[in-house]
Design a protein. Structure first.
Length: 369
């Protein structure tokens, strides 16, 4: 009997969409070892030369003109892309998508980014007979995710479900599954054990991260954090930002036994276990991982659009706070230094919006039966 095949399609605009796809892939195979999965960043796969250039241009735009990104996000907030734009997207970037699907012969497609979701929807209008499951990887529902051809929407929280209902999506097509995280995040390791494994000191510990592209926190706030280094252990996760890593390693402010600098790492789960506080951009994936670990979060520089919505969601649910100034950092770091036991007791028990970490994978498997 032929094994079930699930293709998970993402894109390289940021790292969270693809991380969600890989997390779901691992979760599916852990629950059902006979299922075959494959994750593809579709545009990069079809256009290995042009694709990375487009993603690099997007990254530069997000970094240099975040207000423009926010303006574009809001302009199309309630509408899916029109048919002309969808056709242009297909012709320019995704011409060979149908051939890829013909070769792989999946039983279902899961899209974790709006662009492949649009392309598969268009192919379904042209006769493709496959279920399309759209996994929305933020705590908001932008119009570009929505197409009549979507079989099921897998959403992060009841609030996102309500937004889809307001847009006219039938309730039968929506399932609240949470954003999938890698099984490493399903459980928590004791902090003392995690610190020992990572070679850290048994001190109040703060993890500072900015996603796969690296840290973009204001330099003044970075330097202010280092003034607490005698009492608070600081873990700087710099992602792929090699220039920043080199600069920090040469800066005397960061040369201290209680300061640790990491590049791109597969140990994010353990680092969260070892930490008492997470300072991060409010990306949907990172925040969900932090939520699963029950770690309080401080948010900085949300990109206008989905990151602002993510930030609002986690603040409203008492899982984080936005950094308004160094006073925010001082208040939390002072709590770590002087009221450490109280803060540890208050550490959340995890997942208010995603109480079942297996829910997304289990839902997809049930839909396939």
């Amino acid at each position: 009997m032929r094994k079930k095949r699930i293709i998970l399609l993402s894109e390289g605009f940021g790292t969270g969409h693809t991380q969600a796809a890989y997390a779901l892939s691992v979760g599916l195979r852990q629950l059902e070892p006979d299922v075959q999965t494959r994750v593809i960043e579709l545009g990069k796969f079809l256009n290995p030369t042009v694709g990375p250039l487009i993603f690099a241009a997007y990254r530069k735009t997000v970094s240099s003109q975040p207000k423009l990104v926010g303006l574009l996000y809001r302009k199309k907030y309630k509408k899916s892309l029109n048919r002309v734009t969808q056709l242009a997207l297909h012709r320019i970037f995704y011409t060979q998508a149908s051939h890829v699907l013909d070769q792989l012969r999946p039983d279902a497609i899961v899209c974790t980014h709006p662009f492949p979701n649009i392309i598969v929807s268009r192919l379904k209008r042209s006769g493709l007979h496959l279920p399309l499951y759209t996994l929305i990887t933020d705590y908001d529902a932008h119009g570009t995710w929505m197409n009549p051809e979507v079989t099921k929407y897998l959403v992060s929280a009841p609030e996102v479900r309500n937004k889809l209902l307001e847009r006219g999506i039938d309730d039968s097509r929506i399932v609240v599954t949470g954003i999938p995280v890698h099984p490493k995040f399903w459980e928590r390791c004791p902090q003392s054990e995690a610190q020992r494994e990572l070679g850290l000191r048994p001190l109040p510990t703060v993890m500072i991260m900015g996603g796969g592209w690296g840290l973009s926190l204001n330099e003044d706030l970075l330097q202010y954090m280092t003034t607490w280094r005698e009492h608070v252990q600081l873990l700087f996760c710099m992602g792929s930002n090699q220039k920043a890593i080199a600069r920090m390693e040469q800066d005397p402010l960061f040369q201290h036994p209680n300061i640790h600098i990491f590049g791109y790492t597969q140990e994010v789960s353990r680092l969260m276990d070892a930490s008492d506080l997470l300072v991060t951009k409010p990306g949907g994936m990172t925040c969900t991982e932090g939520m699963m670990k029950g770690i309080p979060m401080l948010f900085y520089d949300p990109i206008p659009g989905q990151e602002e919505e993510n930030c609002e969601y986690f603040m409203e649910h008492g899982m984080g706070e936005k950094i308004e100034s160094s006073d925010t950092i001082a208040r939390w770091f002072n709590e770590l230094q002087h009221h450490y036991d109280r803060l540890r007791e208050k550490r959340q028990l995890g997942a208010l919006a995603m109480t079942d970490p297996e829910a997304c994978a289990r839902t997809v498997l049930q839909l396939l039966k």
